[in-house]
Design a protein around this ligand. Structure first.
Ligand code: CU
Length: 257
């Protein structure tokens, strides 16, 4: 039984999510230990230096070096955590991402564009290549500024209603923003990423079960930030590829006309 079971977290649906939950559980226990320890220290200090017990202030203070040694100890322990665990684990995760990209050119890739206060998804279509986009080309009919002179964009399609992805595949979302900083967060997948204007940042996860859920903005971005929700559907791979092909074919047929 993890302590997080008492926090009412939604069920996890991604491959890496259990590790995130476990880390949160460890951190929560650690915080509990710190809380109890510091509270005890506080109470002991209140009692020990109570004015009736120590009526006269000490002007010399502490003369031994215990606290300096303790501080050096803390620095060493933290350095070991950071250099020995955090950096290698992070490198592992990012190296794995490069392998995913290299080994599976078929992995679903979707651009996620945030704007006040909605999400738009840009799919590369049948060719798997995104058409060039340029913010100066944005119009009411072309909300992402897809360049019509780039043939790679002919089969691209966009979805404003929902994000659809397949189960059991490494999904790569490339997030960005049209205006201010947003944050694309999918709680059941235990993943989130800031969306920075002018930058496209990849986020990567593997859904392990089908589900219908919603995504939220996790960065205060304006007065309607709380309304910045979108729906998301994780469906079986066959259904996903059929849907994506259909949408892409429709887009091509529309352009031929
Ligand atoms: Cu937002």
């Amino acid at each position: 039984m993890s302590i997080l079971d008492y926090f009412g977290l939604p069920e996890n649906y991604s491959q890496h999510g259990e590790q995130v939950d476990q880390m949160n559980s460890v951190i929560t226990w650690l915080m509990l230990v710190l809380f109890v320890g510091w509270t005890a220290f506080f109470l002991i200090t209140l009692f020990k230096f109570w004015h009736k017990r120590s009526p006269k202030a000490s002007y010399s203070g502490v003369t031994n070096h215990v606290s300096s040694h303790l501080e050096i100890g803390v620095v060493i322990v933290e350095a070991v955590f950071l250099l020995g665990f955090a950096f290698p684990l992070w490198a592992e995760r990012t190296d794995k991402f490069e392998r995913v990209v290299a080994n599976d050119p078929d992995a679903p890739r979707i651009r996620v564009i945030g704007q006040q206060y909605s999400w738009t998804y840009h799919y590369p279509g049948n060719d798997g290549v995104f058409g060039r986009t340029d913010n100066t080309l944005i119009t009411g009919d072309n909300p992402l500024g897809i360049d019509s002179s780039d043939p790679n964009g002919d089969d691209d399609f966009i979805s404003t209603s929902e994000l659809k992805i397949p189960v059991g595949r490494d999904c790569i979302l490339q997030v960005t923003s049209k205006d201010v900083i947003h944050n694309f967060a999918i709680v059941p997948m235990r993943i989130q990423q800031d969306c920075i204007p002018g930058k496209e940042i990849p986020m990567w996860f593997k859904p392990v079960k089908e589900l219908s859920t919603y995504v939220v903005c996790a960065q205060l971005c304006g007065e309607k930030h709380a309304d910045m929700k979108g729906s998301m559907e994780v469906v079986n791979a066959e259904e996903y590829y059929k849907w994506a092909k259909q949408r892409s074919d429709d887009e091509l047929a529309k352009k031929k006309k």
